[in-house]
Design a protein around this ligand. Structure first.
Ligand code: FAD
Length: 334
């Protein structure tokens, strides 16, 4: 049984760097350790929260229960053909380290997702995405342990219900803890350049996975605050999807509204909505909206989770009043 710690500060385990205490905390490095924690008769009764890198959570209060940090490690080549490799990776791996390893080996398929903070497991939960690519594009299957029964279950990609920044593992009642996943990557050069600034930054003759990663680094660094300096959780809200009719009405008043077709509706840039409400670059005491990106809420001082949540609620209210559009948070609020 791994060491169960009591009354642990979560301040350095979340990228908002807000103070909150976990009643119990455990870091698990193997399936066996996770199983022993789940089977323990005393721990069984406690509410549980699974934590990766804490870059997509906001703690607004202490957690009365057990926080289980997934810390297993390992990346293994499990199959190889002329064109592809299949890598089995542990959920506790750092996502950026995994992407970096893929780039070093010239395996294509995740390079646009370089520098997304957090763990590999949560990148799947969240279907993390950036610059025209999503985690779901390369996931082949996901291995899980059921937090109630301890059963091991494998999901093929098509069973994971991946959608925009979501999957079956993100729902409130999800019982499955991701322990490993298999990714299928291409050994042949193939690049995803749907995102225009990326396409424009690299001449076609000069395209390599490393060049893409380097360009992604400079795009991200020019737009997003470093959470070690300005604690944040990336995009706080999802881009809302509205109906074609609602969009047509909106476009009569706002011709330049950034939008994309999405399934049978229209996806609107949440950053634009927030900016139109005058929040970009505004500070409210310890918290604020980043001056280069209106989707990013920043802890500028020693804000607590409630202050950040209050700013998020204020933004949601103003966007509803102005546009009649409900912003939904991408960040898990606890
Ligand atoms: C500066 C910055 C930039 C960012 N940029 C992006 C971006 O470009 N694209 C993007 O998509 N996101 C982005 N994010 C958000 C965040 O990095 C991603 O959502 C990331 O995948 C979260 O990983 P994590 O390990 O930190 O998750 P955590 O915050 O620890 O957890 C997130 C959720 O996943 C659950 N979870 C974690 N691990 C497991 C597991 N093994 N099994 C089951 N459930 C689990 C948790 O319970 C929680 O509900 C950014 C964040 C920051 C701070």
């Amino acid at each position: 049984m791994p060491n169960i710690q009591k009354n642990i500060s979560l301040k350095h385990l979340n990228t908002f760097h807000v103070e909150a205490y976990a009643q119990y905390f455990v870091s698990v490095r193997t399936n066996e350790e996770l199983s022993s924690v789940l089977k323990d008769s005393t721990l069984k009764k406690l509410p549980k929260f699974i934590l990766g890198g804490g870059s997509n959570v906001l703690f607004t209060k202490d957690f009365k229960g057990l926080i289980i940090k997934i810390s297993n490690q390992g990346i293994k080549l499990v199959k190889e053909t002329h064109e592809h490799v299949w890598l089995l990776a542990a959920a506790g791996e750092n996502w950026t380290t995994f992407v970096h390893d893929c780039i070093q080996h010239q395996y294509a398929g995740v390079e646009n997702l370089f520098l997304i903070p957090g763990s590999l497991g949560a990148a799947i939960v969240q279907n993390a995405g950036a610059y025209g690519m999503e985690t779901a594009d390369t996931v082949q299957c996901v291995e899980t342990i059921n937090r109630y029964t301890g059963d091991i279950k494998r999901f093929l990609a098509e069973e994971c219900q991946f959608s925009y920044r979501s999957s079956r593992f993100k729902t409130k009642k999800n019982p499955f803890i991701i322990t490993h996943a298999v990714f299928k990557l291409s050994k042949k050069p193939c690049f995803r350049l749907d995102y225009e600034p990326l396409r424009q930054s690299i001449p076609k003759s000069d395209l390599t996975l490393q060049k893409i990663a380097d360009t992604i680094v400079s795009i991200r660094q020019s737009k997003l605050p470093d959470y070690r300096k300005y604690p944040n959780a990336g995009s706080f809200f999802k881009n809302p999807v509205i109906s074609v009719d609602q969009f047509a009405q909106l476009a009569q008043s706002y011709q330049h509204i950034p939008h994309w077709s999405y399934n049978s509706g229209v996806k609107i840039a949440a950053a634009w909505l927030i900016e139109q409400c005058g929040f970009k670059g505004k500070r409210f005491g310890n918290v604020g909206v980043y001056h280069k990106h209106a989707l990013v809420l920043v802890n500028y001082g020693h804000a607590n989770g409630k202050e950040i949540k209050a700013l998020a609620d204020h933004i949601v209210q103003k966007v509803i009043e102005k546009f009649n559009i409900l912003l939904v948070s991408e960040v898990m609020i606890l």
